[in-house]
Ligand binder design. Structure first.
Ligand SMILES: [Fe+2]
Length: 350
C-alpha cells in the first residue's frame, strides 16, 4: 500500500515541504513530467526544483517500454550515481514509469527481468506519484505496466507502490473530455471486473462498490463540475484499491493484446473491448453504453480490420498469457471456457 496520501484542492502546493525530509545530501529529486505539459510554464514554475534536481519531460506518446525505463535509470545512475527520489507527475503511464525507474535505480539487471509477480528483489529509491488524469489507479497499484520485448506485463511487487501520493483535483480539471472519459472508464471497468470476479473478497468489494457508486454519479449525470473531478479522483483511488486484492478481468486481458500489437492506449483499448463484452458483463456493458451515450463519446470500431492471422495469433498469445485475469473472470477452469477460436472471433468484432 501507499504509505502517505495527501488529498485536496491545491495540495500540489505542499510538494516542496513533503519532499524536504526525503532529500539525502546532494542527491537530486528527479521529476518526470507528462509530455502533455511540456509547454505548461505555469505548472513548471510550481515544481519545487532545488539544488541539482532535474525536470525530465517523459515521452509517453506510447505506453512505457522496459527499454525506456532502463535508459532513464542508466542515465540517472551515470549522471548522479544515486538520486533522492523519483516524482511522477502525469497520467497512468508517467506514474508507472516513475515507479519502474525508482525500482531500477537499485535492482540489478534490466526492467524486463522483473515483469511478473514478486520478482523485484529490493526496494527502489523514494518515489511519489501525482496524477493529472484519474482512473487508472496507477497511483495506488502494486504494479507498473510495461511493454517488454516479450510481453506486456507489470512489475508486480510489494516494492512497487509509491511511498507518497499527492491527490489534487485541480490538476485533473484541464484533461481533454475524451481522454478523461476513456481513463475514467478504466476505473469503471476495474470495478465491474473486480466485483464480478471470482477473486472478490470483502476488502475488494468494499472499495469496488464505493468506486462504482462514484463512477455512476459522475458519468450518469450530464454536467461536469469541480465536484466531478473530486469524485473521479477518489473513484480512481478506490478502484485501484479494489483490484489490489482481486484482479481485473476479460476487458483488460483482451485489451493488453491490442496494446501490445497496435499500441492502443489502455483506457480507450478497454472501452473498445468492453463495448463487446455483453456475454461476460451484461449489466456493466449496458450501463457503460448509457455512459457513452450521455457523455456523447465515440468508441472506435473496426480496429482489427485487415490484420493477418499472425497478428491475431500474437494478440491471442498475449491475452491468454494473462492467467490471473482469466482465472478471476471465469474461474479456475477458465481454460475450458475460453478457446483461441472464441478469442479470435472477439478480436475480429473489435
Ligand atoms: Fe486498467
Amino acid at each position: 500500500m501507499v504509505d502517505y496520501v495527501v488529498y485536496g484542492r491545491g495540495a500540489f502546493n505542499q510538494l516542496d515541504a513533503i519532499l524536504a525530509p526525503r532529500r539525502t545530501g546532494d542527491a537530486p529529486m528527479i521529476f518526470l513530467l507528462d509530455h502533455q505539459f511540456e509547454q505548461a510554464a505555469d505548472l513548471h514554475a510550481r515544481i519545487p526544483l532545488r539544488g541539482n534536481d532535474q525536470l525530465i519531460i517523459a515521452d509517453v506518446t506510447n505506453e512505457p517500454k522496459t527499454s525506456y525505463v532502463d535508459a532513464l535509470a542508466d542515465q540517472l545512475k551515470d549522471t548522479f550515481g544515486t538520486v533522492s527520489g523519483i516524482i511522477g507527475i502525469g497520467g497512468g503511464s508517467v506514474m508507472d514509469l516513475a515507479k519502474a525507474v525508482a525500482l531500477m535505480m537499485t535492482n540489478p539487471g534490466k526492467a524486463q527481468d522483473y515483469q511478473g509477480w514478486d520478482l523485484v528483489k529490493v526496494s527502489g529509491v523514494y518515489k511519489a506519484g501525482i496524477p493529472t488524469l484519474s482512473g487508472t489507479g496507477a497511483e495506488v497499484s502494486r504494479t507498473c505496466v510495461l511493454t517488454g520485448p516479450e510481453r506486456k506485463l507489470g512489475m508486480n511487487s510489494d516494492f512497487t507502490p509509491f511511498d507518497q501520493i499527492v491527490l489534487d483535483p485541480d490538476l485533473i480539471k484541464s484533461a481533454p473530455v475524451n481522454q478523461r472519459f476513456y481513463t475514467g472508464m478504466d476505473c469503471y471497468i476495474h470495478c465491474i471486473e473486480s466485483l464480478e470476479g471470482t477473486y472478490l473478497n470483502a476488502f475488494s468489494k468494499s472499495y469496488g462498490e464505493k468506486a462504482l457508486e462514484l463512477c455512476q454519479e459522475i458519468f450518469l449525470t450530464p454536467d461536469w463540475t469541480d465536484e466531478s473531478d473530486e469524485k473521479l479522483m477518489m473513484a480512481s483511488y478506490f478502484g485501484g484499491m479494489s483490484i489490489a486484492y482481486s484482479q481485473v478481468g476479460v476487458a483488460h486481458a483482451v485489451s493488453y493484446g491490442l496494446s501490445y500489437l497496435l499500441g492502443t492506449k489502455h483506457g480507450i483499448g478497454n472501452c473498445i473491448v468492453f463495448n463487446h463484452l455483453e456475454e461476460y458483463y451484461p449489466k456493466g456493458v449496458a450501463e457503460f453504453k448509457e455512459m457513452v451515450r450521455r457523455n456523447n463519446i465515440h468508441i472506435p470500431e473496426g480496429i482489427c480490420a485487415g490484420l493477418s492471422d499472425a497478428d491475431f495469433d500474437t494478440m491471442i498469445n498475449v491475452s491468454l498469457g494473462m492467467k490471473p485475469l482469466w482465472e478471476n473472470a471465469l474461474g479456475k477452469d477458465w481454460e475450458s471456457k475460453i478457446s483461441r477460436e472464441k478469442l479470435r472471433a472477439l478480436y475480429e468484432r473489435l
